[in-house]
Design a protein around this ligand. Structure first.
Ligand code: PLP
Length: 374
């Protein structure tokens, strides 16, 4: 299997090291510092593997089940701790999908399944999210795309890059369509926890026997560098297949990531972190929304969840050029071109990162860039 580069990674490769003075591209909450966890760490902790289970620390797996609201539907035995959502997606997709299978993927959405599908030689069926429908897709279109050849449906919910959220009733509709042909449903739930209007997006692992939920502490908790994520499924074959593939890639979890993630998911600490992330996120989204409303050339569907949204711009310049110009002097501001998601008239703007992102400065600079184009 040979994996080719995707546009989004090209952008990240080119911009890492560019040292922007402001960022309008960040998708995660302000990262906590190591010092905030020191009091909970045992200085005698061995830096060998915990040796407790190939699925990861039992206490961490229990924390995952509780924070995801899966108690009573799934158990800690249904969880595999992984190196982030990225590894969890990789393990599930590469073990489930064979050359010639069909996979349905929501678009715009997360590029990882697109890249892996091509490398595997499987057939990609795009499920189109429509801006005029608030970035929802049509269930009838999903129904038409799914056939006996469909092995897997991959959705990103809450969605990156649009912030659209599927309700439980809609997810059950997806389940009905998948179950008709015995397809698996993998939902990347890495943005769960920052829903602005309703409850946490329900986890597919609790709704379907062939449901697979992936997620991590990266976004709502801002702990991306821990590389602590999970794959949750009631399907033991899928879980064991993932354990077997992981044994042949990174073998086991990194012990510091597991230990700190377990602390981060303890009820009080988690509640506090989510309260802060929600307050910061809502405030920043309000600032971004006001900026967009004040500029006639910009429009967006305000995200229902998460810290990123796709913003349409009415200027005769490509999103690649716009993002490139934004990064250069005098603007020095990081934004992600919509072309990375197949949307060349959009930019992905994000309001994560807390104070370090310098949101107001970024918006001022981005506004000045747009002014310079008129
Ligand atoms: C939708 C989506 N899935 C997965 C990832 C990777 O996250 P993690 O750090 O949990 O591997 C990201 C990161 O941006 C993402 O946006």
């Amino acid at each position: 299997m040979h994996v080719k580069i995707h546009k989004l990674f090209e952008v990240l490769l080119q911009t890492t090291g560019a040292q922007p003075e402001a960022a309008l591209g960040l998708s995660m909450a302000e990262p906590p510092r190591l010092g905030e966890f020191l009091s909970g760490l045992d200085p005698n902790l061995g830096l060998d593997w915990s040796g407790q289970s190939f699925q990861g620390l039992p206490a961490l797996r229990q924390g995952v089940i509780e924070r995801m609201g899966l108690g009573g539907r799934c158990s800690a035995d249904d969880v595999l701790i992984t190196a982030g959502t990225a590894e969890a997606n990789f393990l599930a997709i590469t073990q489930l999908l064979q050359q010639g299978d069909d996979i349905v993927v929501d678009t715009p959405g997360w590029p990882q399944p697109l890249v892996l599908t091509e490398a595997i030689g499987a057939n990609l069926r795009h499920l189109t999210r429509r801006e005029e429908r608030g970035w929802a897709f049509e269930m009838a279109e999903l129904e038409a795309l799914v056939s006996e050849r469909t092995r897997l449906i991959f959705l990103c919910n809450p969605n990156n890059p649009t912030g659209h959220v599927l309700s439980e009733a809609e997810l059950l509709e997806v389940v009905r369509i998948a179950d008709r042909v015995g397809a698996f449903v993998l939902v990347d739930e890495v943005y769960a926890g920052l829903e602005w209007h309703g409850p946490r997006a329900p986890s597919i692992a609790g709704l379907y026997e062939r449901g697979i939920s992936t997620g991590s502490v990266s976004k709502a908790l801002g702990l991306q560098g821990l590389r602590a994520g999970w794959l949750v499924t009631p399907n033991r074959t899928v879980l064991m297949d993932a354990v077997i593939l992981r044994e042949n890639t990174s073998e086991i979890m990194n012990v510091m990531g597991e230990v700190i993630a377990e602390i981060a998911l303890r009820p009080e600490r988690y509640a506090h972190a989510i309260r802060k992330a929600r307050a910061d996120g809502l405030h920043n989204l309000g600032v971004l929304d006001a900026f967009i409303q004040a500029r006639p050339e910009l429009s967006w569907v305000r995200p229902q969840a998460g810290l990123v949204g796709l913003v349409h711009f009415d200027r005769s310049i490509s999103s690649d050029e716009l993002a490139q110009r934004a990064l250069e002097a005098p603007f020095r501001t990081f934004v992600i071109p919509g072309s990375a998601y197949g949307c060349p008239q959009h930019v992905r703007l994000g309001v994560g990162g807390g104070a370090t992102a310098r949101l107001e400065l970024g918006l001022e600079r981005f506004g000045a860039l747009l002014d310079s184009l008129t």
